[in-house]
Design a protein around this ligand. Structure first.
Ligand code: HEC
Length: 98
């Protein structure tokens, strides 16, 4: 019984990890670098987004995309991505050390 439980935990862990595609996240993040710096470590006036919480960033990006939040740049930029892409890119930045 213990073995079965362990196997289930492993399977669950694998399927969960599969939801995040690191390569796709990194590719998408390249489009943010021009303004937010490499890996979101901004040295300019744009916000520093490296290490931002995944949920917070995803929600913020959706708010920009659907007009619940207005930005000079982000309202336009966020519209170019699918919801899933915004989630992937949020995962990517959340995994970077600040
Ligand atoms: C054209 C420049 C530009 C690009 C490209 C860009 N951003 Fe931004 N971003 C900004 C600016 C400027 C702000 C400040 C809000 C505003 O004025 O839009 C901002 C704000 C944000 C915020 C809110 C930060 C906070 O603390 O509230 C997040 C999250 C963010 N950007 C994520 C991204 C991601 C992810 C990408 C790539 C998919 C990206 N940005 C691409 C310019 C840019």
């Amino acid at each position: 019984m213990k073995k079965i439980a362990l196997a289930l935990v492993c399977l669950y862990g694998m399927s969960f990890a599969g939801d995040y595609d690191a390569t796709q996240g990194q590719m998408l993040a390249l489009s943010c670098a021009s303004c937010h710096g490499t890996d979101g470590k901004s040295t300019a006036v744009t916000p520093y987004i490296a290490g931002m919480g995944k949920t917070t960033m995803y929600k913020t990006l959706l708010d920009y995309k659907y007009g619940r939040k207005v930005g000079t740049m982000m309202s336009k930029h966020a519209k170019g991505f699918s919801d899933n892409e915004l989630e992937q890119v949020s995962y990517y930045f959340s995994k970077i050390k600040r």
